[in-house]
Design a protein around this ligand. Structure first.
Ligand code: COA
Length: 321
């Protein structure tokens, strides 16, 4: 059995930027409050014509270019998104059609929310390890701006839009060393997006995302701490073996707590939160792409990716880049 290695990454961010100062004109908030409590300064917002599909397509082309492969070489497409173009066909099928590569498996992971990218990466990794496919395209793409209530200051300040893509390719050397996925539905009410489809008794429920921020904050710090211990133990590694933390970008205080847990200085944490906010399933591949592109992350570095979100669902991936 071989390994799956990251052979290319790409990202796409909508042109429009919404700053904290812009938000001050929409809700009762301040730039200072948002920066102090979250670390976010601005976020990108999709234009009316942009969707999770168009952004995924843009990120996919950048990643294929970086990997030096053609669409026909892709053996599987997984798009992690809570804001898909349609309920079905999947965003991945629509992307496959645009890439002109009918035949390979293509599907969305719709409901793993901000943990979606690590879940998708884990699935693609299994297929490559088993030798079933050579290359997989794993994308996180979200238009969170369409599922936040812009009149709710406790949630609208947090999220942004964008897409990140990773091409995994079969390799003899590691690669993805291990992935660890978890979920706990007892925390279903901490973060959720009501969906009327398939639920005739719930037609009057909120259209927008609901969150208990304080509870989620505490839960995430706790579960991520255990997740790091599990990930390192599974690979017989120490904290000092990790060169980079590539976290889900939810709150700078959560990220700082996680860096501390790993004894990593913040310079060794891939951060995009300040510029992009929380882009849900897109946040990890976008942070990874940025740090690879500006050459902070180098070949041979040991990367710890972690994501958590509604479900609760959470997971990690340890990767020798
Ligand atoms: N601007 C100004 N004041 C705000 C505000 C805003 N945007 N949002 C809330 N406040 C107020 C509250 O009303 C509260 O006022 P009070 O003390 O008079 O009642 C005060 O600020 C503190 O609110 P609190 O909710 O305790 O703040 P917090 O420090 O917990 O920060 C979050 C709130 C949402 C930023 C934080 O809890 C968080 O990031 N949680 C995790 C969220 C997350 O990870 N989500 C995505 C997961 S994928």
């Amino acid at each position: 059995m071989g390994y799956a290695q990251i052979i290319g990454t790409g990202g796409y961010l909508p042109e429009k930027i919404l700053t904290n100062f812009d938000l001050e004109k929409i809700v009762d908030t301040s730039h200072e409050w948002i920066v102090e409590r979250t670390g976010i300064h601005q976020r990108h917002i999709a234009a009316a014509h942009e969707t999770s599909l168009t952004m995924a397509e843009n990120a996919a082309h950048v990643a294929m270019n970086a990997a030096g492969i053609m669409p026909a070489e892709i053996g599987m497409i997984i798009v992690a998104t809570t804001t898909p173009e349609k309920t079905f066909p999947s965003t991945a099928c629509l992307l496959q059609q645009r890439l002109g590569i009918a035949g390979c498996p293509a599907f969305d992971l719709n409901s793993t929310a901000c943990a979606g990218f690590v879940y998708a990466l884990s699935i693609a990794d299994q297929f490559i390890r088993q030798g079933a496919i050579n290359n997989a395209m794993v994308i996180g793409s979200e238009v969170m701006s369409r599922v936040v209530d812009w009149s709710d200051r406790t949630i609208s300040i947090l999220f942004g839009d964008g897409a990140g893509a990773v091409i995994l390719g079969a390799a003899e050397q590691p690669g993805v060393l291990s992935t660890h996925l978890h979920a706990d539905g007892t925390h279903k009410d901490v973060l959720f997006l009501p969906n009327h489809i398939g639920n005739v008794t719930d037609v009057d429920t909120e259209l927008y995302m609901q969150m208990n921020g304080k509870q989620l904050f505490k839960l995430s710090v706790n579960i991520l701490g255990h997740l790091f211990d599990e990930t390192l133990a599974a690979n017989n590694l120490k904290k000092s073996d990790v060169n980079w933390l590539v976290p889900h970008q939810a709150n700078i205080r959560i990220i700082e707590a996680m860096a501390k847990k790993l004894d990593l200085p913040m310079e060794r944490v891939a951060i995009t939160l300040n510029e992009q906010g929380n882009t849900s399933a897109a946040s990890i591949p976008l942070a990874l792409d940025k740090a690879i592109r500006d050459t902070r992350i180098k070949r041979g570095d040991m990367l710890l990716l972690e994501g958590f979100g509604g479900g609760l669902a959470w997971g990690s991936a340890l990767i020798k880049y």
